[in-house]
Design a protein around this ligand. Structure first.
Ligand SMILES: Nc1ncnc2c1ncn2[C@@H]1O[C@H](COP(=O)(O)OP(=O)(O)OP(=O)(O)O)[C@@H](O)[C@H]1O
Length: 201
């Protein structure tokens, strides 16, 4: 279970959120909120990529900042930059070796990235960069997937592949999104972030 315990964050003097305490056991969660309110920041903290100013986030009781949590979490967010100097295929192979997971062929085909494998990450189009980022987040089948606006910039066919993935994925998925998403039958917990914190929708 993902748990936020008294989590607060600020950038310089600006408080983004304060004292967020929340237990998330549901398999599908959507986080909404106005531009700039702090959704990405909350996901980065949940993914152990940003240390909160206050409090902690745990996954199954372990702090997400601990290295042991790393293989349990996959994250796709435009703020998480991929190394531009590598080709898409080199990066996928590196990720495969790092996590000892299966080759990503299935996902490459499903997301239609095959033609762009030799392309340097820095030369990928926005949509193909997003596809690569999604594949890297989920190919090791982490227990927790954190997705920031995953459908943004994807063509219609790839959106369908993404929706199928969101419906079938065996782990927990927390998504920051401005648009309604298709989870094909899953019960979805809707959370909303505003200046007073996180609320049920
Ligand atoms: N590294 C940083 N330094 C200073 N301010 C930052 C930093 N990262 C984010 N912010 C600010 O923190 C606030 C929250 O940003 P965040 O990206 O989490 O918002 P968001 O809800 O995801 O927005 P959007 O819906 O537009 O993607 C914004 O006002 C942003 O400008």
């Amino acid at each position: 279970m993902l748990a936020f315990n008294g989590v607060g964050h600020r950038f310089a003097a600006r408080t983004i959120f304060n004292d967020v305490s929340l237990a998330i056991a549901e398999p599908r969660v959507v986080l909404s909120g106005a531009n700039g309110i702090g959704k990405t920041t909350l996901l980065l903290i949940a993914g152990g990529l940003l240390r909160p100013a206050n409090g902690e986030v745990t996954l199954n009781g372990n702090n997400v900042l601990d290295s042991a949590a790393r293989p349990l979490i996959g994250m796709s967010a435009s703020k998480v930059a991929l190394p531009g100097f590598m080709s898409a295929s080199d990066l996928l192979q590196f990720h495969q070796r790092l996590y000892g997971c299966a080759a990503p062929e299935y996902w490459i085909t499903a997301f239609g990235l095959s033609d762009y494998l030799p392309t340097l990450v820095q030369d990928l189009s926005l949509g193909n960069y997003k596809k690569l980022s999604l594949i890297l987040a989920l190919m090791h089948q982490p227990e927790l997937l954190l997705l920031d606006e995953p459908a943004n910039g994807l063509d219609a066919k790839t959106r369908e592949a993404l929706y199928q993935c969101l419906a079938e994925y065996p782990g927990q998925i927390v998504i920051a999104s401005h648009e309604p998403l298709n989870f094909a039958g899953h019960t979805v917990r809707q959370l909303h972030l505003d200046h007073n914190g996180v609320h049920e929708r």
